[in-house]
Design a protein around this ligand. Structure first.
Ligand code: MG
Length: 504
């Protein structure tokens, strides 16, 4: 990548320090989740927040800011130069528009709120969380005002997690989606072939960790994960973090009563990892490095987890591996049951346990709640009840307890309003990518042979290499030739589940 503009060169030199500090902080955060002894958490919090403050100060550094502002006014010629300035503006927006005391106050409130939320959830006591939630919503409304918006304050918050996403766009996509998803779920659960019981996992079954580890390493290698430039460890909740393009850390979790989770969640995290490993090396240390957004990242991880990992043809090709490792446990299991067990559709209360079909309904519920709360259309004190009503309408089930309702997710306790929709956007992007890929790649044949490298190569060429060069809207258009459309995802689900459950 050639940078001609001399001001931009200077900005990039300064930006490198932000990039370095962010990766050092990421290393500490990875260690916190993988290795930290319980008594280490207090000092780690101090170390981490010290680095956060250093990063904030680098963004606010007057020399850096004036160089950035000068570069904005200059004539930039290449796509890369323009994207660098756009990304710097996007990254700096929060720091330059929101007063520093508000950022610090919100962070403090959120740390306290997290502890209160945890207690409230344990005690199933929404009222206890109410004052914190009220404060955090107020903070986010203030932050939205400082960031600026055209129609809806929620737009300013959505944009922080998924560039250029608006509430109106979410409504367009989600309303179309829910109209068809709700009846599809009913159709599946009422079908003759439907079953939600799996006989070969659970308390009386045993799948030793060493066997699962070997399968996990096998699948990562087959997906094209570069083990010289990353590693897999264990943590309570699987995640991926990028410490540099040559050091991508993923984690998994082994449950000895169920072999499926480590397999599919490792495919998910490896999907994140392949994106980071595949970015153009020229972008290292610049604002073009790394994946462009949460939504695009999630589209790739879910693509591998659901569209590949839980695909019946793929499961057919890997079932001999499962059966050879777990001879005793699976010898009486027929292939149809095995495939269905990976694709059980079950409307449930808890988002993180949701299947591929009902998952987006959990997100739509949260999007609607956030949009109404931020705009004051729902009173915060009534929110737990509104949650129940929406859950009943969308999923057909509602929890008697708030612990399994409005208190189930940590996101609001962090004050992260606007985060949830990016998960559902990932499903939509992924299905549209898949439809495009299928025009060039004989997807079913590739899965039947287990030749996953061909899929990785397509993703490298069409998506991974660009890193943060294109914002999601532009990327979708570039890759698929059209703007985002929810019907790709609906068609994908309908086709897949019609086959699995013999729907008419
Ligand atoms: Mg993920």
């Amino acid at each position: 990548m050639k940078i001609e503009n001399s001001t931009l060169k200077k900005v990039l030199k300064k930006y490198r320090e932000i990039s370095l500090l962010s990766h050092i902080k990421a290393t500490l955060d990875w260690d916190l989740n993988v290795n930290l002894p319980p008594l280490g958490s207090e000092t780690r919090a101090i170390q981490s927040s010290y680095l956060s403050e250093m990063i904030t100060n680098k963004w606010l550094d007057t020399k850096f800011r004036s160089l950035y502002e000068k570069a904005v006014t200059e004539k930039l010629t290449t796509v890369e130069e323009k994207a660098i300035i756009r990304n710097l503006g996007y990254g700096a927006k929060y720091y330059y528009n929101v007063p520093k005391d508000i950022i610090i106050e919100k962070d403090k409130t959120a740390s306290e709120a997290f502890i209160i939320w945890r207690q409230a959830r344990e005690e199933n006591n929404y009222k206890k969380f109410l004052p914190s939630l009220t404060k955090l919503i107020d903070f986010d409304k203030t932050i939205a005002r400082h960031l600026g918006y055209k129609d809806n304050p929620y737009d300013a918050l959505l944009d922080l997690y998924e560039p250029e996403l608006t509430a109106a766009e979410c409504e367009r996509l989600f309303n179309g989606l829910k109209k068809e998803l709700v009846p599809l779920v009913k159709k599946i659960t009422k079908s003759k072939d439907y079953s939600n019981t799996v006989s070969f996992v659970g308390a009386s079954n045993h799948y030793p960790t060493p066997d699962q580890e070997r399968i996990v390493h096998y699948i990562m290698q087959h997906m094209g994960f570069n083990s010289q430039a990353g590693r897999v460890d264990i943590s309570a909740h699987p995640f991926t973090t990028e410490l540099s393009r040559h050091d991508i850390r993923i984690t998994t979790n082994y449950k000895e009563t169920d072999f499926r989770e480590s397999f599919t969640s490792t495919m998910h995290e490896t999907g994140h990892a392949l994106y980071e490993q595949g970015v153009n090396p020229d972008y290292d240390g610049t604002p073009l490095a790394s994946g462009v957004s949460l939504g695009i990242h999630e589209s790739l991880s879910r693509f591998w987890e659901n569209m590949v990992g839980k695909n019946p043809i793929f499961l057919h090709s890997v079932s001999p591996i499962f059966k050879s490792f777990y001879q005793k446990q699976l010898h009486a299991v027929d292939e149809k049951s095995l495939i269905q067990s990976f694709n059980t559709v079950q409307p449930s209360l808890i988002r993180i346990n949701a299947d591929e079909v009902t998952y987006s309904l959990h997100i739509i519920l949260r999007f609607e709640m956030e949009n109404e709360l931020i705009n004051g259309n729902v009173q915060i004190k009534d929110a737990a009840e509104v949650w129940r009503e929406k859950s009943k309408k969308l999923l057909g089930v509602a929890s008697a307890t708030d612990a399994e309702g409005i208190l189930q997710d940590v996101h609001w306790a962090y004050g992260s309003f606007g985060y949830f929709p990016s998960y559902a956007m990932g499903n939509l992007y992924g299905a549209q990518f898949l439809a495009t890929m299928k025009k060039k790649v004989d997807f079913d044949a590739v899965l039947a042979k287990g030749d996953l490298l061909l899929i990785k190569e397509w993703l490298d060429t069409n998506i991974h290499q660009y890193g943060s060069l294109y914002f999601p809207k532009e990327l979708i258009k570039k890759v698929t030739g059209e703007k985002l459309d929810y019907t790709f995802f609906l068609n994908y689900l309908t086709e897949k589940y019609s086959r699995i459950y013999n729907l008419k």
